[in-house]
Design a protein around this ligand. Sequence first.
Ligand SMILES: [Zn+2]
Ligand SMILES: [Zn+2]
Length: 105
Amino acid sequence: MTAPLDNDLLAEILMTAWEYGFHLQTVTTEMQRHLDALIAEGLIADAGGHLYGGAGDEARARKRYAELRGVRSCARCHCADDWACDGGCWWAAPDLCSRCVQETA
Ligand SMILES: [Zn+2]
Ligand SMILES: [Zn+2]
């Protein structure tokens, strides 16, 4: 059982870790448990308290982000409004971003 707020925060950490790297300061036991789960799933990596993406699959991380936030994500690459493809993209179809439409065309 997790509160919606926790999911939002977790989603934020997940995205920040991938986009910028995230330095952990104080985390609650509850949050640490969530982070450990993300690390165990290979969605983020932990280098002595510095969280980052890179090691895992970004599409998978984005999919989780969209699930946590409850926002729509691209059916193919799982980018979302807040976490677009590198170089930017837009919705070319209800469930496909401009990048993926180009690649499948
Ligand atoms: Zn896409
Ligand atoms: Zn995209």
